[in-house]
Ligand binder design. Structure first.
Ligand code: HEM
Length: 309
């Protein structure tokens, strides 16, 4: 079995840095490969967790080991007249670094950007951090419903024998929170919106409203999402962390891994009230929407080594 990129399952450091890049005109793939090889060496030497994800426009130029159904991220729009949308901003390369020490993370990504200069341009970047006991800024613990650590590879990694085996689909989005609006809600309403209790409690609410987050993302075999009557299906492994910009913009950097891309697309469409959600949007989208979104694929260690060496 090919080996997944180890940082996906390593446990995150306190500080993350997300850098999205695309090629500039006349880009030389040889230079890009050398720069990425240098980044991998630096991160290994410093003990930095590094995950490299390639977009659907770039991966097939680097390897034949491309997964099935690997699509570019397109904007997801509600059809209920609210104008709510999850903006698509697909790029070609994602560097995801994390470590407890922010200076190490900054330096490694900075050096990689310099080495890529003239061949890839940075489209956007977001430094993020772990907030308390893995809280979202809404005051809810994030990650409770994740599969157990030992079950995550089966959920997140393309199985042996399939194209892209050992690799993982990635979704990366920067959600922008309206924290004032959220904090004006009663705790009871906040809990109904998520379908879980507010930290330090974490259990599910007794009932799931049709608009709850869990009614849209906790996919169940019988279609009654968020409810326990049937088994979970198409689970994902989430690694989201909050960010805060100097202009006051705050939110959640949503990142998740899955062995298929379709369950990521399915959840996004449901959150915006499409398909089986019958125009009932996830209540979260009244208080938060993504300003950016893209899909990548993190190839196995073996395929990555063949690409960059
Ligand atoms: C502003 C954006 C978001 C926030 C603040 C948020 C927050 C949360 C919270 C507090 C929970 C309950 C605790 C937990 O299980 O972690 C949760 C569960 C979950 N969320 Fe989100 N989430 C966001 C976006 C998304 C997106 C975009 C997806 C998928 C595309 C997603 C997928 C899930 C899943 C799969 C669960 C667990 C369901 C289960 O228990 O099976 N979330 N989220």
């Amino acid at each position: 079995m090919p080996t997944p990129q180890k940082a996906i399952f390593n446990g995150m450091g306190q500080n993350q840095w997300y850098v999205h890049l695309s090629r500039t005109e006349g880009a030389d793939l040889g230079v890009i490969k050398t720069a990425l090889s240098g980044l991998v060496t630096d991160c290994n030497a410093e003990g930095i967790n590094l995950t490299l994800g390639f977009g659907p426009g770039l991966l097939p130029e680097l390897t034949d080991d491309v997964p099935e159904d690997f699509q570019a991220y397109t904007t997801v729009e509600s059809t209920d007249g609210s104008g709510r949308q999850a903006k698509g901003t697909q790029e070609e390369l994602l560097l995801w670094l994390n470590h407890d020490d922010k200076d190490k993370v900054w330096k490694a990504q900075y050096d990689a950007r310099k080495a890529l200069e003239g061949h890839m341009a940075v489209a956007r970047e977001t430094p993020t951090f772990i907030y308390g006991e893995s809280l979202d800024m809404t005051g809810f613990k994030d990650g409770t419903g994740n599969p157990a650590d030992e079950d995550q590879p089966a959920v997140a990694v393309v199985p042996d024998g399939a194209s892209g085996a050992g690799g993982s689909h990635i979704i990366a989005q920067r959600w922008v929170h309206d924290l004032d609006g959220w904090n004006a809600l009663s705790v009871d309403q906040q809990e109904k919106n998520f379908g879980r209790k507010k930290f330090p409690e974490i259990e599910k609410t007794d009932q799931q409203e049709a608009y709850s987050h869990l009614s849209h993302v906790e996919l169940r075999e019988n279609g009654n999402h968020g409810n326990e009557e049937s088994g979970k299906r198409n689970e994902i492994a989430r690694r989201s962390t909050p960010y805060a910009f100097h202009d006051g913009t705050v939110g959640l950097y949503f990142m998740a891994f899955c062995k298929d891309q379709a369950p990521l697309r399915e959840r996004m469409r449901l959150m915006y009230g499409l398909d089986g959600a019958n125009n009932v949007r996830d209540a979260m989208t009244d208080y938060s929407n993504p300003a950016s979104g893209s899909f990548y694929f993190a190839p196995s260690e073996e395929t990555l080594a063949a690409i960059i060496n």
